[in-house]
Design a binder for this molecule. Sequence first.
Ligand code: NAP
Length: 379
Amino acid sequence: MVVVSFLLCSYVTPCYTNTFCPIILQINSPSDHLLSVQQIPDNFIQKTGRGFINIMVTIPVMTISSSDGPRPMPVIAMGTASDSGISGSDVMSSSTIVEAIKVGYRHFDTAAVYRTEKPLGEGISEALRLGLIKSRSELFITTKLWCASADRHLVLPAINQSLQNLGLEYVDLYLIHWPLKVIQDEFKLPVPKECVAAIDIKAVWEAMEECQNLGLTKSIGVSNFYPKLIQQILSFAKIPPAVNQFEMNPLWQQKKLTGFCKENSILVTAYSPLGAFGNNAWGHNRVMECDVLQDIAKSKGKTVAQISLRWLYEQGVSIAVKSYNTERMKQNLDIFDWSLTKEDMEKIDQIPQRRHVYLIGSMSVEPNDIMAEIDAELD
Ligand code: NAP
């Protein structure tokens, strides 16, 4: 039993209490990373002008190592990537972020390549103006270094550009998006074979460390990285990666990679927890249409999305889940006051496994050795 506390603001039925003390919840969790009550910082407690705390959703936090020591990272992030956003045809609006903050999200996952840094920043400014949050420090913002900037001398300009897009002085977490380099002035899919190059991981990681040392990010990490490459980083890193973000859901359970990350004290963030349902570029319907998950959802009066998210939470990982729809945003946060049974877990364990995100076929259509190696290592 790990004791966590909470506070973030609310949805459904706001409840007000005339005390400044956080409400303490006891949540069963397999994670070693959840904070104890004493570690909950004041800035995660939302106090209203009248001296009341506005409490509705309780989102557990994990402890992430940072330049300021251990810091809280809410276990659920709102994802901001969409196929239409990446292609530039229909990018998320800032009002979506305001809505997400209203329903309780405090962790946002963006990336230079998603084109959502700017509307995210505008949404944060609007939420501050509306008094939905009192200060930027109530939020946890993750963004990522795109492959076109995966070169020692391009990392600092890239994070500065992201900060400018976001209108922030620092991000909470900066990740290397993929372990490869792309030589393109303007991002275009598919990436031609001749534009794909190997990453010089030592040089790029040292530049990431510089970003943290300069205070431009509180923590640094990686995304879509595999054990061999992480071992390499660990062999020279002055600051080890705090997080590895990768595809994970009940249909691609990633037991080996999560085990490796845990052994090396690296937090995991699961992306595409619902199989990116409805996304034409990298989505599929196998999670949402999985019989096993549908049966469990029916028996519990929950949705398949909630079963998948709850399963991930019970694996002790954090989650980036995207919805631009207010009702689904709320639904995706409503996973903390119930649990899966041992039988449910055993049934989910038996689901045939199949990965979905491959570089060759999504980022590039032409076979090439660099992407083929990453694809093979991530299997
Ligand atoms: P996802 O979160 O698994 O699925 C998102 C899709 O599911 C959206 O189309 C959304 O539609 C729909 N949805 C959300 N909640 C739902 C619910 N309760 N019921 C039914 N449908 C629901 O996929 P994802 O966007 O690929 O992953 C989440 C985030 O992870 C991304 O947004 C991004 O921030 C990050 N990510 C990172 C990487 C990486 O390489 N590091 C790769 C992929 C994703 P509506 O919006 O209409 O609700």
